[in-house]
Design a protein around this ligand. Structure first.
Ligand SMILES: *[C@@H]1O[C@H](CO)[C@@H](O)[C@H](O)[C@H]1NC(C)=O
Ligand SMILES: *[C@@H]1O[C@H](CO)[C@@H](O)[C@H](O)[C@H]1NC(C)=O
Ligand SMILES: *[C@@H]1O[C@H](CO)[C@@H](O)[C@H](O)[C@H]1NC(C)=O
Ligand SMILES: *[C@@H]1O[C@H](CO)[C@@H](O)[C@H](O)[C@H]1NC(C)=O
Ligand SMILES: *[C@@H]1O[C@H](CO)[C@@H](O)[C@H](O)[C@H]1NC(C)=O
Ligand SMILES: *[C@@H]1O[C@H](CO)[C@@H](O)[C@H](O)[C@H]1NC(C)=O
Length: 590
């Protein structure tokens, strides 16, 4: 009796502070498994990974700019590839428009939509108004589909962002009409577009065409690749430069202008920060909280030729809960171990965030001789790569959230045009980096060459006995209940289910990256798990997802792929499409 009471007391004492700190615990606020991290360099990508997106349980798609890559397709150089994550082999994809600084999102039927790009032509066509469709397949026969006579952007977009919204379509925001180190009034495209074209635009008076957005005027000059997050109340969080807002796309209204990012930090290209929506869980009532890390305090009106590649980036992380009380409380500020620009924030299945890649000084971009900044390293506008990743645990008290304990540093600089993503097995894959006008030989003496080498970080959970499961339906509708057969490591007590979108990575902006914990119940025999699909389409927009069963210490299963919703194609309006086709021309025909 005494013993039991003592144990209960100890448990209580242990639980109380943890419970108080568990406002955003993700999986739960328990200790994570200990053990070694590992880093391996394995395989090459054939094209440099400016954009990276996991498209199946075994593969990822990589998009690059048009440059003299070694990989060929259809008799010309390739700038897209599908990578087998397990064998690290690539097959070239047949992109015909330049995807340089494009964006991408999956839509509700599982098709990946890449939009925008660049007019530079070595081979192929301008990508400024391009729409590229890729529907994942298991036989390596699928390829990029482009049909600008039917499907195209209505205005040029270089450096736009995108998000999959709650009806399964894609919203495309901002960018420039032509390129530049930063945006400016003369090249700005301060509009949004929803793809495919549909009814609501007609009601707003923009029948299939782009819709003006004041925020993109107010955030000049540093608003390339705005940060966009779909929120559980079906609005969007959008941040650019030093500003942020809540936007309702359905009524095309700015709901609320949020407090500026503190301390003069700018967070979007060329002062690129990393950002993440912290894990949404039933415990936190699916309350959204955003975190933005890194960036720069350099002025966005400073003459570019007076900026230095040795100016320290910002080490600030800013967090804000996006509720009335959270917004009233404002941003809370923390400091990373080192400053970072062009960093990637990767949600892990255990609810923590890996902060990886980037540089400690300088800004995004590069310039050929004559168009350089001060102290440029050859063409690179950044220097002092941030080689050591940091793990951020949002569930513990401020002051002890950052740690690089036991994490091996990379030796490969991953700065401008580098990427990172979680993989279905739980490793973190790093790829790309190319602060150069064109492909540079790997054996060249350039300090920061075109990087094709892949790296994989394995967190300690990879070397633990892991849970496994079968029985995931190919399609999981909202609120639907399904049963997984599970095998747990012995002594497993804690079991949870996490639904993840790994996002589309480019320039540190991981379009659609998301972690949503589902309600689940473990059978008494611990052999099955009853899981309820996400409650609403605003919480997880219709489209692909990876589902992890996570046990004690944050050890995840393999993440199998499913489609949330019905798998149907998003709504279209033929009248809006006809008007779009009537009012715009096919840029590839010009
Ligand atoms: C590549 O795409 C272009 C344009 O869609 C098409 O004309 C061509 O046949 C494709 N090549 C291959 C090998 O699929
Ligand atoms: C920026 O600085 C360069 C070099 O000092 C100068 O040639 C150029 O005119 C300046 N540009 C502007 C817009 O002031
Ligand atoms: C560098 O590698 C390329 C092949 O990728 C080769 O053609 C070239 O001769 C090499 N240059 C040097 C200096 O080794
Ligand atoms: C996933 O990781 C485990 C180690 O935790 C390894 O044994 C297994 O082979 C990996 N599976 C795949 C498909 O990579
Ligand atoms: C998904 O929807 C888009 C837009 O309507 C369409 O072009 C594409 O072919 C669809 N994909 C599938 C797999 O049905
Ligand atoms: C657009 O519609 C108008 C009026 O119906 C027609 O005269 C015109 O030829 C159309 N233009 C295009 C590019 O289809």
């Amino acid at each position: 009796m005494y013993r039991i009471c003592l144990r209960a007391l100890i448990t209580l004492l242990l639980l109380v502070p943890l419970a108080l700190a568990s406002d955003h615990g993700g999986v739960s606020s328990r200790a994570f498994v200990d053990g070694p991290w590992s880093l391996v360099q394995q395989g090459t990508t054939g094209v440099s990974a400016m954009q990276l997106v996991v498209v199946s349980e075994t593969s990822a798609v990589i998009f690059d700019k048009v440059e003299h890559n070694p990989l060929m397709v259809d008799g010309h150089i390739a700038w897209g590839a599908e990578l087998n994550i397990n064998t690290q082999t690539v097959r070239a994809l047949n992109l015909t428009s330049n995807s340089w600084c494009a964006t991408g999102s999956f839509i509700g039927n599982g098709t990946l939509v890449s939009t925008g790009g660049n007019p530079i032509i070595i081979t192929g066509t301008s990508g400024l108004q391009a729409v590229r469709l890729f529907t994942p397949c298991s036989d390596e026969m699928c390829d990029i589909l482009e049909d600008p006579t039917r499907i195209r952007l209505t205005s040029p977009r270089w450096y736009p962002s995108s998000a999959r919204i709650s009806d399964g379509s894609m919203i495309i925001i901002g960018g420039s009409m032509i390129g530049g180190f930063a945006n400016s009034a003369s090249i700005n495209n301060p509009t949004l577009r929803v793809l495919p074209s549909k009814e609501y635009q007609r009601n707003l008076g923009f029948n299939g065409l782009q819709i003006p957005m004041q925020f993109l005027q107010d955030t000049l000059n540093a608003n390339h690749f705005p940060i966009v997050k779909q929120l559980p109340d079906d609005t969007l969080f959008i941040a650019a430069n030093q500003q942020a807002m809540i936007f309702d796309w359905k009524t095309n209204t700015e709901v609320l202008r949020l407090p500026d990012i503190p301390n003069g930090v700018r967070v979007t290209s060329p002062f690129s920060a990393g950002s993440v929506l912290l894990p949404l869980t039933p415990e936190n009532n699916y309350t959204p909280e955003v975190m933005i890390c890194g960036g720069s305090t350099i002025s966005d009106t400073q003459n570019v030729s007076t900026i230095s590649a040795e100016t320290p980036a910002s080490a600030q992380c800013s967090r804000m809960v996006l509720t009335a009380e959270g917004i009233a409380a404002g941003w809370s500020v923390e400091t990373m171990p080192v400053p970072r620009i062009m960093t990637d924030l990767i949600l892990l299945p255990d609810g923590r965030i890996m902060i990886v890649n980037g540089a400690q000084t300088g800004v995004a971009g590069y310039g050929a001789p004559g168009a350089e900044i001060i102290d440029a390293v050859e063409d690179s506008f950044a220097d002092n790569p941030a080689f050591t990743p940091v793990i951020y645990d949002p569930s513990v008290a401020a002051g002890s959230r950052f740690s690089s304990d036991g994490i091996p540093a990379s030796t490969i600089a991953r700065m401008y045009h580098s990427t990172a993503t979680l993989t279905p097995n739980g490793t973190i894959m790093l790829a790309g980096s190319n602060p150069n006008m064109d492909f540079t030989e790997m054996n060249s003496t350039i300090k920061y060459p075109t990087e094709y080498r892949l790296e994989f970080y394995s967190p300690p959970y990879m070397s633990q006995p892991r849970p496994s499961y079968t029985g995931l339906p190919a399609i999981v509708d909202y609120g639907s209940v399904f049963r997984l057969s599970i095998t747990l490591p012995s002594n497993a007590k804690d079991v949870s289910v996490v639904l993840m979108d790994f996002g589309f990575a480019t320039h540190g902006v991981h379009m659609d990256q998301r972690s949503v914990k589902l309600v689940s119940e473990l059978a008494l025999d611990k052999k099955s798990l009853t899981v309820t699909g996400p409650p609403t389409s605003a919480l997880y927009s219709p489209g692909p997802a990876f589902l992890f069963v996570v046990t004690d210490g944050g050890v995840p299963s393999f993440g199998h792929r499913t489609i949330i919703g019905t798998g149907a194609s998003p709504p279209v309006n033929e009248g809006a499409i006809a008007n779009m086709l009537n009012k715009t021309s096919d840029p590839s025909a010009e």
